[in-house]
Design a protein around this ligand. Structure first.
Ligand code: SF4
Length: 118
């Protein structure tokens, strides 16, 4: 929503959207009660500008700056002192696997995901 408002995007245009991984629909869990599971994956499209520095805080794009759960971290993965490198180290220490999905089906490259099997 922050991206759409900041760039005054038309209703049908999304530079990032959130995909539900679970029961095959938006916010539908998979599995059977009581063993339900569900994850959310932000998918950055190839329309995403990777707009570092565009928000009011340096080097934080609107989507990450306005994420209330701090689910998005932005930075240079090649700089060990960057926020994203430190966050990746922290998550690896908690048992998360970090992976980069290949740019396909309209997705933007350079997006890393942290995932932990439940
Ligand atoms: S990086 Fe910029 S263009 Fe891309 S989704 Fe975030 S706010 Fe939108």
């Amino acid at each position: 929503m922050a991206c759409k408002v900041a760039y005054d995007l038309p209703v049908e245009e999304h530079r990032v959207y959130v995909e539900t991984i679970g029961g095959g629909g938006v916010d539908l869990p998979g599995g059977k009660w009581p063993n339900l599971h569900m994850k959310w994956k932000p998918v950055f499209t190839d329309k995403c500008l990777n707009c570092r520095g565009a928000a009011s805080t340096d080097y934080v794009p609107y989507c990450a700056y306005n994420c209330t759960t701090e689910a998005l971290t932005v930075g240079d993965v090649n700089d060990p002192e960057s926020a994203i490198s430190k966050e990746m180290d922290r998550l690896r220490g908690m048992g998360y696997a970090i992976s980069e999905l290949p740019a396909w089906q309209g997705m933007r490259a350079g997006v890393y995901y942290a995932e932990k099997e439940l």
